[in-house]
Design a protein around this ligand. Structure first.
Ligand SMILES: Cc1ncc(COP(=O)(O)O)c(C=O)c1O
Length: 385
């Protein structure tokens, strides 16, 4: 099988799994228990917190473990809204956020919050002028805008967005789920107040994540219960998951700082794109080819439906995706491609290939061998125009 759906989820790294296993078997104590057995689990969690802080470039005390990126996004937005002053009832976001952000904001809109969506252009870039205007016109509690887009890989200028937010007295949250492990985050040096991470996007286990909350922030806890995570997230910790995500974070830092594997992946992605665009007429890259995370290619094939392409790819044991994983199976182009005003004839046939550290050049060559034939076969079946 050739797995090119790594923005949906990644394969758990064997080292991550081995690090987790003791905490799923013999080391089952509750980290809140005072006995030695419990304290060993506590220490394992604190070691993972250190590893997450290194990945995010933040202080150890700023890391709050969550059940994933979705919870981190919900907690960031709801927690800032809960502590916002009554005169600041606006939240500014982009038109291309993940549903974890979009749906949380839709819930707040129903409660009377004013939600402003900033558009993007055809390359996926945010309209910074409109962002500035929105912040000038509305007393804004929160700006929530992602770091890297899950469908196109396009990276936003989070430093510039954060500076604008600060100038206007707004808190800035960024969903860095698709950026973590692929680009240095350097939270402490950035004008970012809250940042979301998900473990399963960088070879950690599913159901793990973290919300980084800058010290001194007016954020209020989202999940209440026991005093875990220093009263910031109730609930007995997922010790094995946290340990696994910690190990995955440490491995990602190691790769970014001491290997050129990210450059290798970028090279494979570019080879895939050039190979496809060179061999297949009426195929296009969706999103700015220069300002993207290194592992993502979103390619539109005119006049085709993505589902048909995915089925034929699957027959060759190649896994890719049509836009966001959750929108696969629906025939509607994704909200991201719509927001970019990608023409309908291209957007319907958009395939996302997302690579990982396990991707090899042989796999990319295998995809390049079958792709032209797949597209030709589907186009032949189309009614003549
Ligand atoms: C940009 C982005 N945000 C949030 C999420 C949700 O993360 P999780 O699957 O850990 O809940 C995803 C997952 O696809 C994502 O790509």
């Amino acid at each position: 099988m050739i797995y090119l759906d790594n923005n949906a989820t990644t394969r758990i790294h064997p080292e991550v799994l081995s690090a987790m296993l003791p905490w799923l078997t013999d080391q089952y104590a509750n980290p809140s228990s005072v006995h030695q057995f419990g304290q060993e689990a506590r220490q394992a969690i604190e070691a993972a917190r250190y590893q997450l802080a290194a990945l995010a470039g933040c202080r150890i005390s700023e890391v709050i473990f969550t059940s994933g990126g979705t919870e981190a996004d919900n907690a960031a937005i709801t927690g800032i809204a809960a502590g916002a002053p009554p005169e600041r009832r606006t939240i500014v976001t982009s038109a291309v956020e993940h549903s974890a952000v979009r749906e949380t904001l839709a819930g707040l809109a129903r409660l009377g919050w004013n939600i402003i969506e900033i558009p993007v252009d055809i390359s996926g870039h945010l309209n910074m002028r409109m962002l500035e205007e929105a912040l000038g016109e509305h007393k804004t509690a929160l700006v929530t805008i992602m770091w890297a887009n899950n469908e196109t890989g396009v990276v936003f200028d989070v430093a510039a967005i954060g500076h604008l937010a600060r100038q206007h007295g707004a808190v800035f949250h960024t969903d860095a789920v698709q950026a973590a492990g692929k680009t240095p985050l350097r939270f402490s040096d950035m004008p970012i107040d809250l940042l979301s991470i998900s473990g399963h996007k960088f070879h950690g286990p599913k159901g793990t994540g973290a919300l980084i909350v800058r010290r001194g922030n007016k954020w209020r806890p989202f999940i209440r219960g026991g005093p875990q995570e220093r009263d910031r997230r109730g609930g007995t910790e997922n010790v094995a998951g946290i340990v696994g995500m910690g190990r995955a974070a440490a491995m990602a830092v190691q790769r970014m700082e001491h290997s050129d594997d990210n450059a290798r992946i970028a090279g494979l992605r570019d080879h895939l794109e050039q190979g496809i665009l060179g061999a297949i007429p009426d195929s296009h890259i969706n999103g700015d080819a220069t300002a993207r995370i290194m592992n993502t290619a979103n390619i539109g094939f005119d006049r085709l439906e993505a589902e048909a392409i995915l089925i034929l790819l699957s027959q060759h044991e190649i896994c890719a995706s049509a836009g966001a994983a959750c929108s696969s199976g629906s025939l509607e182009p994704s909200h991201v491609l719509r927001a970019m005003h990608i023409p309908e004839r291209t957007a319907h046939g958009a395939i996302r290939f997302s690579l990982s550290h396990f991707t090899t050049s042989q796999e990319i060559d295998a995809v390049l061998r079958v792709m032209p034939e797949i597209i030709q076969r589907l186009r032949k079946a189309l009614p003549a125009i």
